[in-house]
Ligand binder design. Structure first.
Ligand SMILES: [Zn+2]
Length: 69
């Protein structure tokens, strides 16, 4: 897929998010805090939440943020 195809196919934010989500899930997601493989997708936050430690993992790699509870 070329870059222009990407923008044609993923022009709106929702579609773009869905694309990144499916890509990440394809390669497998683990919690970067505790290493758990039990993560739940949080639609409202558009990120995964670790079921063990509640660490949040964002859609884009390298943009993982720790959230204080
Ligand atoms: Zn965790």
């Amino acid at each position: 897929m070329s870059l222009s195809d990407f923008f044609i196919n993923y022009s709106d934010e929702q579609t773009c998010k869905a694309f990144f989500k499916s890509r990440r899930e394809l390669y497998g997601i683990s919690c970067e805090h505790c290493g758990s493989l039990h993560l739940s997708w949080n639609e409202k936050e558009s990120r995964w939440r670790c079921r063990e430690c509640n660490f949040a993992t964002g859609l884009k790699q390298g943009t993982v943020r720790k959230i204080q509870i």
